[in-house]
Design a protein around this ligand. Structure first.
Ligand code: HEM
Length: 505
């Protein structure tokens, strides 16, 4: 049975199915947000939230070790769904004992219906909870709380969010030419190295992402600074890595990881040189975008630069650094001849006459669906949090639970995106899942951007400002690849062979 037929009886939140075609229309809307997740009456039974936080200190410690070491995050949540016979339950998540002051107690929401409450800004607050109850020091962001840590009730959130949306809108005319130029350069280098053996794509892709984001988000070219051209992406990696390290589960090298990487937050001074170099670069090269932040969005110069750096580095560079390798590994693990099908569609829609454009990419439904399916099974930001603004009733597919004001909800997307009540064959990568009318409907339940793929990021919600930019860029990346090559052979994180079209030597 197709998923949508299963959806109606369980009354999932009804969210607009309009697919925002932001880039093609060059028109970013910043007004609409998904309707509240709990607005419909329901006849589901009321149930006490199962699960427990365990004994003080020992409960959080045991959960932390299970989460990061013995079970890993996915098994950790799966086991508790089975044990509690519920996709909503109480548990602890790291970081916690002994040095972190964070409260590890959360209510896990692990199906599409309960997870959607995280998008309802009337129900949840998003202040300082980007990575959970614990927040990295604001020293990493110039002694201020940047957009991603602001709640929608804070006036600066809307100002900065609109600024972020505006920077993307303005650059939409250069996305395709910038991407094409940078990717041609990347592939030329890879082509030249392939005769000597497999070529790792990790560094070339990071360099590409860094330059692409700099140009499209901040209008600055790393090539103008020898230091940033050479080391910009590494400086970004170090600054980013140090902020998130305490919350990233790492199963290998235990217990050393638990003791040395997950037990205390890292001090900013370790990466202050990197951050200062990036700041100086943006200050010098990004005069136009900075002045727009000041004049049109009434931000201070410092607020503009620190927020731009966070959006460019943490949101965009960080997100793409996970997404692109996921796309390539989805190509590598396919056994259904997907490369041939993608190649055929790309050449039909963007062959020599029409070329690669924001318009032609809109016609490539299989390419876009491949990107959506990659985001479904590998959401780059796996955890999302929301703190209850008030007492309210939260529904899963089968029960209703009473949530108390102040409780922290925690959604783990890799499991939510495999909700069997929403997605047929939820564990299988189905490349064309999101094509056709039914596929379009299903976009309402694709949540990688902290909101439905059919929703619109705005100043009044917390959906990713780059939602459409990300999926279009990923689709363009694939389309560019299949205009250039008939197929690529990928082993691990390396290209081992590429096949060029016979007619174009
Ligand atoms: C693959 C790439 C990306 C992924 C996976 C991603 C994912 C996300 C997610 C999950 C959130 C919400 C976090 C939360 O509050 O729980 C978010 C927020 C945000 N993202 Fe993205 N993002 C990506 C790229 C971008 C890009 C290119 C931009 C450029 C404008 C961007 C700008 C933002 C901003 C400004 C926010 C904060 C939204 C708010 O506070 O209302 N992101 N992103």
């Amino acid at each position: 049975m197709y998923a949508s037929t299963l959806l109606s009886p369980v009354k999932l939140p009804k969210i607009s199915t309009r697919f925002s075609n932001m880039a093609a229309n060059n028109n970013i809307t910043s007004s609409s947000s998904p309707p509240p997740a709990t607005s419909q009456p329901t006849s589901l039974p009321l149930r006490e939230i199962p699960g427990s936080y365990g004994l003080p200190l020992l409960g959080p410690l045991a959960d932390r070790l299970n989460y990061s070491w013995f079970q890993g995050s996915e098994k950790f949540f799966k086991k508790r769904i089975d044990k509690n016979q519920s996709t909503v339950f109480r548990t602890n998540v790291p970081p916690s004992f002994p040095i972190f002051t964070a409260n590890p107690n959360v209510v896990a929401v692990l199906d599409c219906k309960s997870f959607a409450h995280l998008f309802d800004m009337e129900l949840v607050e998003k202040k300082n909870i980007l990575v959970g109850d614990w927040m990295p020091s604001t020293k990493f962001t110039g002694d201020r709380r940047v957009c991603a840590y602001l709640d929608t009730s804070e006036p600066q959130h809307e100002q900065i969010k609109n600024f972020a949306l505006d920077t993307l809108k303005r650059s939409s005319t250069i996305w395709v030419p910038t991407l094409t130029t940078l990717l041609d350069k990347m592939w030329d280098t890879i082509d030249s190295q392939l005769p000597s053996g497999p070529v790792s794509y990790l560094v070339p892709i990071q360099k590409f992402i860094f330059a692409f984001c700099c140009q499209c988000i901040a209008g600055v070219d790393p090539a103008n600074s020898p230091d940033i051209a050479e080391k910009g992406y590494i400086r970004m990696d170090r600054w980013l890595g140090l902020q998130i390290l305490p919350t990233v589960p790492i199963n290998s090298f235990q217990p050393l990881v638990e003791i040395f990487l997950h037990s205390f937050p890292y001090p900013y001074f370790l990466v202050s040189r990197d951050y200062n170099k990036l700041y100086e670069f943006l200050e010098k090269e990004g005069k136009e975008v900075i002045s727009r932040g000041q004049t049109e969005f009434k931000l201070t110069k410092e607020d503009t630069i620190h927020n731009l750096l966070f959006i460019l580095g943490f949101n965009a560079f960080g997100g793409f650094t996970i997404l692109f390798p996921s796309l390539l590994s989805a190509l590598a693990s396919d056994k259904t001849g997907i490369q041939e099908k993608l190649c055929k569609q790309v050449r039909e829609k963007a062959g020599s006459e029409s070329g690669l454009s924001l318009r032609s990419i809109q016609e490539m439904d299989l390419v876009q669906s491949f990107v959506y399916e990659t985001l479904r099974l590998n959401p780059p930001v796996p955890l999302q949090y929301g703190r209850a603004r008030k007492d309210f009733e939260l529904s899963s597919h089968d029960s209703i639970f009473k949530i108390k004001k102040g409780e922290l909800l925690c959604g783990y997307q890799p499991l939510v995106m495999r909700d069997p009540k929403v997605f047929d064959e939820p564990e299988t990568f189905v490349p064309d899942r999101f094509t056709g009318e039914k596929g379009k409907e299903l976009l309402t339940y694709l949540y990688w951007s902290n909101g439905p793929q059919s929703g619109l990021p705005s100043g009044s919600n917390k959906q990713c400002a780059g939602k459409d930019f990300v999926t279009l860029t990923a689709s363009l990346f694939l389309a560019h690849l299949f205009l250039r090559y008939d197929s690529v052979t990928i082993t691990g994180s390396s290209f081992s062979a590429v096949e060029k079209p016979k007619s174009k030597p």
